[in-house]
Design a protein around this ligand. Structure first.
Ligand code: ADP
Length: 261
């Protein structure tokens, strides 16, 4: 098994605050593992994800991606390590006026020279690959549609395809289904699970929905107040443990596609 990610004693204190948003966060992720991060609002899930690829600079601790340290690395090294880390956001971060194909090709920019990128000179091979992945994800009829014309679920799928174009070894998904209806959320979670399985991509998904985390991810990390309070298999996660993570009795936790926290 290849170790894809190692997080050691990670800590973040945002400027102007004195409470750490995350503290003492330590875990590793191996190739092909799918990890759901759950916990109430403000637990530090998003901060953790953003510290991993240095969208947020941690205050302390270390992060290694495939054995190479990203914390403390210079800009060029950070850029090269980020190619290995695909990022999927709640609000897709697509350019609405560009076509699906153009958005997806943006996933290749990290591999191209500046001029080729600016002028959109993508290789034929990359275009063919984009077309193939779009077809596999049920978006074969939408190559030349503007991203802004698609439904939320379709846009999220385009966001995932764009991340895949980077050929990542790690996929980080920050609340990928938070603004989707239950049917679209199911399609998106199945897609994330299936592509990670098929391509042996390690994956970390922040989720408000405990049921989605249990159903689609094989490992769960529970966070409370900036710290990890559970790290184990989805099947071992008990009701009392969920209550501890959310610091609330089960009767108050609406599970079944509802938002928690
Ligand atoms: P979650 O994703 O679990 O909802 P976050 O990582 O967004 O949690 O937030 C963790 C804590 O850090 C919260 O107390 C939040 O208010 C704080 N926080 C998040 N982002 C910032 C920021 N940019 N500046 C200051 N505090 C922040």
């Amino acid at each position: 098994m290849n170790r894809i990610l190692e997080v050691r004693n990670l800590k973040k204190i945002y400027r102007g605050t004195d409470q750490p948003a995350i503290e003492d966060v330590t875990f590793t992720v191996e190739e092909g593992e799918t990890v759901g991060i759950i916990g109430p609002s403000g637990a530090g899930k998003s901060t953790l994800l953003r510290c991993i690829n240095r969208l947020v600079n941690p205050t302390g601790g270390r992060v290694f991606i495939e054995g190479e340290e990203i914390t403390g690395a210079r800009a060029a090294k950070v850029r090269s390590l980020r190619r290995r880390v695909g990022m999927v956001f709640q609000h897709h971060n697509l350019v609405g006026r560009l076509t699906v194909m153009q958005n997806v090709m943006h996933g290749r920019l990290g591999y191209m020279g500046v001029m080729d990128g600016v002028l959109g000179r993508y290789s034929e091979e990359d275009k063919q690959r984009a077309a193939a992945i779009l077809r596999q994800t049920g978006l074969g009829d939408f190559f030349y549609h503007r991203a802004g014309e698609l439904s939320g679920g379709q846009r999220q799928r385009v966001g995932i395809v764009r991340a895949l174009m980077q050929e990542p070894s790690l996929l980080l998904c920050d609340e990928p289904i938070a603004s989707l209806d239950p049917a679209s959320a199911q399609i998106v979670m199945e897609l994330i699970r299936d592509i990670c399985r098929k391509r042996s991509i390690a994956c970390i998904v922040n989720l408000h929905q405990v049921d989605a985390a249990l159903k689609y991810m094989n490992r769960i990390i529970g966070m409370y107040n900036g710290r990890i309070v559970y790290d184990g298999s989805a099947t071992d996660l008990t009701g009392p443990m969920i209550e501890k993570i959310y610091n609330r009795p089960m009767t108050q936790l609406m599970i079944g596609g509802e938002r928690i926290g």
